[in-house]
Write a protein that binds this ligand. Structure first.
Ligand code: TTP
Ligand code: MG
Length: 355
């Protein structure tokens, strides 16, 4: 049987661990990150505070009541982002097939990894060590052949955990899971399952597909598959922008070439702003025209050079406009496409046998 190799990485008590790292005096005390005001809530708490029942989304006032010595620190998001970027740089040394879930969590598909390491668990161990030595923080890792099990596994031995769910052991592992641990099962769905007498993965497998889809719609199919250890959802890499554009619908139709050409100027100016914002480099310019009868046409020019300035865009846009039929126009748009930095979405890696 051929399997993918998926790793889920999740930093331990992320925000608050960063605070403890940056201010070691906090260590050993119960600490939460959140806004310490009347309506503030806890973003996260360290493990000392969790012992008192302090957790994410709890009102800070309640947290103080549960845990009298609690220290509440205000969040420093730019610092968390910086640490997150350091972690991502490490992850990218192993694969570019990375799906970030939040600042502190990501899936990796290491089936075909950059270092050619055969065992995913070795990669996970190395990543944990690298994160520790670079950021001073611990992460937990889960290793399996699919996203659902890798994520559950990363939670299994937290903090500083490393847990592998081998394909041969998947069903035995799933049997013991509580339904609330399944991907997509929140409090409400778990409640509904409990009403159905379903508490564990083992019991979930006994429910028919028809019943699950009747109860939970499309997700019912996923639950049915998950209970059988089937989860083919790919690791979806970060969104790669293919084009940058802008368009304008006019309050009254434009009828002359000169009116249309005049409207290209503000469009080109806005396009340049957007190209800068997204740091986008492309060699193709597309003029989009919607006529008053809603017919839509596009005209494209591709040249040898990257299109970046108003001076690049305007003559090309005018030429494209001159090629187009002159009829009353309700919308004009300009878009740059044809990325030149070679960034593309990933292709599915070759499946390999050893795991
Ligand atoms: P989590 O990974 O859910 O939590 P955690 O990293 O603090 O703890 P664990 O060891 O269990 O992984 O969330 C990551 C960060 O996201 C967390 O440090 C703070 C932030 N966060 C919020 O701001 N609000 C929330 O409700 C949650 C759940 C997290
Ligand atoms: Mg975390």
């Amino acid at each position: 049987m051929q399997h993918r190799k998926i790793i889920h990485i999740d930093m331990d008590a992320f925000f608050v661990s960063v605070e403890e790292h940056d201010d070691p005096q906090l260590q050993g005390h119960p600490v939460a990150v959140g806004y310490d005001g009347p309506r503030g809530v806890v973003a996260t708490a360290n493990y000392e505070a969790r012992k008192y029942g302090v957790h994410s989304a709890l009102p800070v006032a309640t947290a103080h009541r549960l845990c009298p010595g609690l220290i509440v620190k205000e969040g420093r998001f730019s610092r968390y982002k910086e640490v997150s970027q350091q972690v991502h740089a490490i992850l990218h040394e192993y694969t570019d097939i990375i799906e970030p879930l939040s600042l502190d969590e990501a899936y990796l598909d290491v089936t075909a990894n950059k270092k050619g390491i055969p065992l995913a668990v070795d990669i996970a161990r190395e990543i944990k060590e690298r994160i520790k030595s670079t950021t001073g923080l611990t992460a937990s890792a889960g290793v399996s052949y699919c996203k659902f099990l890798a994520k559950v596994a990363s939670d299994f031995r937290k903090p500083d955990g490393l847990c592998t769910v081998h394909p041969d052991r998947a069903i035995a592992f799933i049997d013991k899971l509580q339904v609330g641990q399944f991907w997509g099962v929140g409090g409400k769905t778990a409640g509904r399952m409990h009403e159905m007498g379903v508490f564990t993965g083992r019991q979930l497998r006994d429910v028919s597909l028809a019943r699950l889809t009747r109860e939970f719609g499309k997700t019912g199919r996923l639950f049915y598959d998950f209970a059988r250890g089937i989860d083919n959802r790919p690791v979806v890499t970060e969104f790669v922008r293919k084009s940058v554009g802008c368009e304008r619908t006019f309050p009254t139709d434009l009828t002359t070439f000169e009116d249309m050409a005049a409207e290209l100027v503000p469009l080109a100016e806005e396009l340049v702003q957007r190209l800068k914002k997204h740091r986008f480099c492309g060699r193709s310019l597309v003029l989009k025209i919607k006529y008053s009868d809603f017919r839509l046409t596009t005209h494209t020019f591709t040249g040898p050079a990257v299109i970046t300035t108003v001076e690049d865009i305007l003559p090309l846009a005018r030429t494209l406009l001159a090629e187009a039929e002159t009829a009353p126009v309700r919308l004009l748009g300009l878009t740059v496409t044809g990325r030149t930095d070679g960034a593309e979405g990933h292709k599915d890696p070759q499946l390999t046998i050893d795991w």
